[in-house]
Design a protein around this ligand. Structure first.
Ligand code: MG
Length: 389
């Protein structure tokens, strides 16, 4: 039997033959590398399928064409894989991290996470990125011998993008870099940037499609304007839909090319020979150039102002917030409203950790909900409470 090797890796790439390993030791996979196994476990897990019915800006039932968290995650992975290949990083690990990066998201995107964080303020708070790690480390129940997916250290390190020092202390080895001011591997740094490139660009597409932002407004954004005028010169007579897409693909391309070139130069300048050299750097080596970063930031600020705070989005956001906080309050107050499995987990957690343990189980349950399931649960819980009142 030959063990597959991830081909064409640079010396500073993550090498599955030298992984820092899994928390629970397992025999090596037969026809896959360790990172292929990580990726496959992620794609097969429950939380990944639930991403189909979770959204970040638009709520799932608002239309079939908007990005969901699963299509977002696929776009992030596509962008990152291109860059990984160009820089001879580990493409499989990069893909695994990208596919897992949003597993901990609550229903209703950031509105849901903010609401849940507020609900959890006396019990350690709630942070979606930390929750993604919790999903793969603790919450998935699929294997007889361990909790979670038992992913490699490199994949877990990539999933945990940021972390407070207090939480880092509780996380063991994977939290250490936040205390030592070290960096994760290049694959993890890349996944983070690909995420930002993907959502900035697809939110332009979804925002225009939804009629919440216009091409005229977008022309105040330099990155958009530059490529839109190029497209209009070349294809003045094609449909607005195609003109928009031709613009977006050019923006993504420009960001990706800049990311590859800038990062390659920084990797060469830092003279890193091993992933541990990458980790010891004070700053990330994967970066956009300063000028491209400024353009990227300008687009992000535009979307913040014009799309994420649009009255129509804010209406939905308010509703989403109240669904999440009502649900949390009702389920914490009356454990009988929880499904049996979660009720038992809540009772066990309360016995060892008191109210904070119980609240964490309720938060895990609420965070795992899809947008539509949260609406259904909200209706069920509200009805049960008014019947009992
Ligand atoms: Mg994301």
């Amino acid at each position: 039997m030959t063990r597959p090797v991830d081909a064409g890796l640079a010396p500073y790439a993550a090498d599955p033959a030298h992984t820092r390993g899994r928390r629970h030791a397992e025999p090596p996979p037969e026809y896959r590398s360790e990172y292929q196994r990580d990726r496959d476990r992620i794609v097969h897990c429950n939380a990944f399928r639930r991403l189909t019915y979770k959204t970040q800006v638009f709520v799932n039932h608002e239309g079939d064409l908007y990005r969901t968290r699963v299509t977002h995650s696929l776009e992030v992975a596509q962008i990152a894989r291109t860059v990984a290949r160009a820089l001879e990083l580990n493409e499989t690990l990069t893909e695994a991290i990208c596919l897992a990066h949003d597993l901990g998201h609550t229903p209703f995107g950031h509105a849901g996470q903010d609401a849940l964080n507020l609900c959890m303020r006396d019990y350690g708070g709630f942070e979606h990125n930390l929750q993604s790690l919790r999903v793969v480390d603790e919450l998935e129940e699929r294997y007889a011998e361990f909790q979670g997916l038992n992913l490699t250290f490199e994949c877990r390190e990539g999933i945990l993008k940021h972390c407070s020092p207090a939480n880092a202390k509780l996380l063991g080895e994977v939290g250490q870099r936040f205390l030592r001011n070290e960096q994760p591997g290049l694959e993890a740094q890349l996944a983070n940037l690909a995420d930002a490139i993907a959502y900035n660009n697809h939110d332009v597409d979804d925002g225009v499609r939804a009629g919440l932002i216009s091409v005229a407004e977008l022309q105040s954004v330099r990155l958009f304007q530059r490529f839109y005028s190029e497209v209009m010169q070349r294809y003045p007579d094609t449909s607005p839909r195609r003109q928009l897409h031709e613009t977006i693909r050019r923006m993504i391309n420009a960001l990706v090319v800049d990311l590859v070139q800038t990062s390659r130069a920084q990797i060469v300048a830092a003279d890193v020979q091993h992933i541990d050299d990458v980790r010891r750097q004070r700053q990330p080596l994967m970066n956009l150039s300063e000028s491209m970063y400024a353009l990227h930031l300008e687009l992000k600020r535009f979307l913040n102002r014009s799309l994420y705070r649009h009255a129509q989005v804010s209406d939905m956001t308010r509703r989403a917030r109240s669904v999440v906080s009502d649900l949390f309050a009702a389920l914490l107050d009356d454990g009988a409203l929880l499904p049996a499995e979660h009720r038992d987990a809540a009772a066990r957690a309360a016995a060892t950790q008191g109210m904070a343990g119980r609240a964490r189980v309720v938060a895990d349950y609420v965070a795992g909900m899809t947008d539509r399931f949260a609406f259904l649960e909200h209706a069920r819980v509200t009805q049960a409470r008014s019947a009992g009142a």
